[in-house]
Design a protein around this ligand. Structure first.
Ligand code: PHE
Length: 357
């Protein structure tokens, strides 16, 4: 008995892992283990012998089991200690460096605009920047020799002589997306379409590539009043002020009737731009009630449906909101400018969380 005891206690003391412990357990106190075999011999003993040997064997079994459990716990603790040493972390170290890049004001403003219109139930639609002249002009009620084609200072895609494909242009506005969205989705429809547009023009408030966001709402009972409300509501939300002053100026676009251009009250002082006060007006958008011919071109029944459309200059409203005086600098890729006017990638604009920092 003493031999058995010292043999197993030794083995347990030297076991290196849990698998070894389990082996020893089976070998010593398992069903066919050495102690169990000894217990079986009890049957052949005299009652007197049994009275002595029975308790001794039980005590031995208990002692081995206790040693196994203790060793198992000790191995577990050692493993945990080892892991804790490996996963040690100095929480007093400085945090990670701030990311170097910033979000361009145009991207930021596009996100802000999308958040505001999403809140009013407008989905986002898209179209190609290289557009065929039917979508860019004809479908929008601008026939081939209409003066509006010249007014747009259009960039035409190069064509080889003999190329019979329809002429393509760099889209001069986001209005062709009106056509594409109505063709795809029919009516009723409520979408905005932000994106790049191109015109050959260059000064403090014009660049040959710039950005617009188109808006389109078509249903059976949409009126000019809905247009006015939507634009005023948008401006208040976008400029984050209670009152903005808008000037609706009668205008003309071939694709809307009636049409209005909208100016925003502002002031320029020492190259600084302020919104809502002053004696200046900045044109920020064109709008109107969608022309029946445009609805028909897009496959919508104009005797049943009507609605409004608008096109906002994203770059213009970015300049106004963030006090950026020269549009040309937007696209110069000057790192100092980008660091100054850029936004943190972590400040995602939402209606609830706030549009801008
Ligand atoms: N497409 C016009 C432009 O680029 C803006 C506009 C859009 C006007 C929708 C009316 C309706 O100037």
């Amino acid at each position: 008995m003493d031999d058995l005891k010292s043999k197993y206690l030794d083995l347990i003391a030297n076991a290196g892992d849990e698998a070894a412990i389990e082996d020893i357990r089976l070998q010593a106190v398992g069903k066919k283990g050495e102690v169990a075999l000894k217990m079986r011999e009890l049957g052949k003993m005299t009652p007197e012998e049994r009275q002595v040997m029975g308790p001794k064997l039980n005590a031995l079994k208990d002692e081995i089991n206790a040693a196994l459990a203790a060793k198992k716990a000790a191995l577990g603790d050692a493993a945990l200690d080892e892991r804790l040493r490996g996963e040690w972390l100095d929480v007093t170290l400085p945090g990670r460096a701030r990311p170097q890049g910033t979000i361009h004001p145009i991207s930021q403003v596009t996100e802000e605009v999308a958040a505001i219109f999403a809140d009013m139930g407008f989905a986002v639609a898209e179209g190609p920047q290289i557009e065929d002249d039917w979508h860019n002009f004809d479908a929008l009620n601008i026939p081939p020799h209409h003066p509006a084609r010249q007014e747009h200072d259009t960039f035409f895609m190069h064509r080889e002589p003999g190329d019979n494909r329809p002429p393509h242009v760099l889209r001069t506005h986001t209005s062709p997306v009106q056509i594409r969205a109505m063709q795809d989705q029919g009516a009723p429809i409520r979408v905005i379409a932000p994106g790049r547009v191109y015109r050959s023009d260059y000064d403090q408030t014009h660049t040959p590539m710039f950005h617009q966001v188109e808006g389109l709402a078509i249903d059976t009972d949409i009126s000019m009043a809905n247009l006015k409300w939507t634009l005023e509501e948008f401006c208040r939300a976008y400029f984050e002020v209670d009152e903005v002053e808008l000037r609706f100026r009668a205008s003309h676009f071939p694709f809307t009737e009636p049409s209005a251009e909208v100016d925003l009250r502002c002031s320029w002082n020492d190259g600084q731009l302020t919104v809502g006060q002053g004696d200046d007006w900045m044109e920020i958008l064109g709008s109107g009630m969608v022309h029946p011919k445009v609805l028909e071109a897009a496959g919508i029944d104009a005797s049943k449906y009507q609605g409004f459309a608008f096109g906002i200059g994203i770059d213009r409203i970015a300049m106004l909101k963030y006090g950026i005086p020269d549009l040309r600098a937007f696209f110069d890729s000057d790192l100092r400018w980008l660091r100054h006017y850029g936004f943190s990638a972590l400040d995602v604009p939402t209606m609830r969380g706030g549009l801008s920092r």
